[in-house]
Design a protein around this ligand. Structure first.
Ligand code: TXA
Ligand code: MG
Length: 340
């Protein structure tokens, strides 16, 4: 299903959703695998298709404030300020849930994650179906998130009812997740909306997304944080530090691993590393984290498809703004992080 006949396609997909089926949809961040969030059988199809652990809750996507109000028992003033500032857009709020949200959707938690996507196709599907759409990223659990319809099909063909192809997603990394259900808001997953932008609106927030299994208190706050993530089949080695040191180290490690018979792929922010090999993907300019974000998952998947054993990833891009989210995804995808 392609861009030319969108309204027809969205109509058909709305029918699939109403019947309890699953549809992979574009959003501005990554493709999501959508089903009626209030129908436990439909939601179970999402978990089954992805192979997702049952205690990892889903984000519910809405197209109106009325739909949000049906899901949550209250919208605290700071949450409302964030909604006014950033919705529709790549910000997910965790709020206390009402009884209409099934346990399977929230992994049994007393909170629910909600976001209003900016993508018009996603919005129209929600409106036309009249349903709240649970939609995790449309990848096999643990794999890089999909930024094209072909990534979705690569992982889920035969396991889902439809995919709406709207080309490449605009942002390339998932939404920022912020817990607004407690006294002091906490960012649980960095995304396109940076902590600095959020603090401009509601003041200081906790940051709870260190790349280890547990938060600062040794407690897993976002269930998804304890699983491996974004991992291609190849082993990813991440180099962090000043750009020239990283570039030199990429050359050195490339030579070393190649000598020992490995097929090495490179994910880089320097054009001059292109002469080393054909198994190389340009992430974007090092001081343009939005470019790097758009190419990250694409790059990991493309190197995997070429059959490399090892991916050396250049982490020397700007970590401001969406750069923090890119770094977080790369660290989670990596077997080893080397700081220079
Ligand atoms: O950009 C996005 O957010 C994409 C698109 C499709 O909207 N969706 C997405 O969903 O990334 P998913 O399921 O891959 O990631 C949702 C994250 C997980 O880490 C999950 O554990 C966390 O949100 N989460 C969901 N509900 C939660 C809750 N009630 N409390 C804490 N964390 C929650
Ligand atoms: Mg995901």
């Amino acid at each position: 299903m392609t861009r030319d006949n969108f309204s027809e396609v969205i109509g058909e997909c709305a029918e699939i959703i109403k019947k309890g089926g699953t549809v992979a949809i574009p959003t501005e961040t990554v493709y999501g695998l959508a089903a009626n969030a209030l129908d436990p059988i439909a939601v179970n199809r999402i978990f089954h298709a992805k192979g997702r652990p049952a205690d990892n809750p889903l984000i519910v996507h809405v197209a109106s404030i009325e739909q949000l109000e049906q899901l949550v028992s209250e919208v605290p003033p700071k949450a409302l300020s964030l909604i006014e500032a950033f919705w529709p857009g790549p910000l997910t709020l965790i709020l206390k849930r009402t009884g209409i949200v099934p346990d399977i959707t929230t992994g049994g938690l007393d909170t629910v994650a909600v976001r209003m996507p900016a993508d018009i196709v996603a919005q129209e599907l929600i409106s036309l179906s009249g349903k709240h759409l649970a939609a995790p990223s449309a990848n096999i659990s643990g794999r890089p998130s999909p930024t094209t319809a072909s990534h979705v099909l690569h992982d889920l063909e035969g396991k889902i009812d439809a995919v709406i192809d709207a080309g490449n997603t605009r942002i390339g990394v998932e939404s920022t997740v912020i817990d607004m259900s407690r006294e002091k808001p906490a960012i649980l997953r960095p995304g396109y909306i940076s902590a600095a932008k959020i603090e401009e609106i509601i003041g200081e927030v906790d940051i709870n997304y260190n790349e280890h299994d547990t938060g600062a208190l040794g407690v897993v706050r976002s269930p998804g944080m304890k699983y491996t993530h974004y991992s291609p089949a190849a082993t990813v080695l991440l180099l962090e530090g000043p750009h020239d040191l990283v570039s030199n180290k990429v050359r050195e490690m490339y030579a070393d691993f190649t000598c020992r018979g490995a097929r090495v792929g490179l994910l880089v922010t320097s054009n001059d590393l292109f002469s080393l090999t054909n198994d190389v993907v340009y992430l974007g300019r090092k001081d343009e984290p939005e470019e790097v974000a758009r190419n990250l998952f694409l790059g990991l998947r493309s190197l995997d498809e070429r059959g490399v054993n090892i991916i050396i990833a250049d982490g020397s891009f700007t970590h401001d703004g969406v750069g923090a989210a890119v770094m977080n995804r790369l660290r989670k995808a990596s077997e080893m992080i080397i700081k220079l």
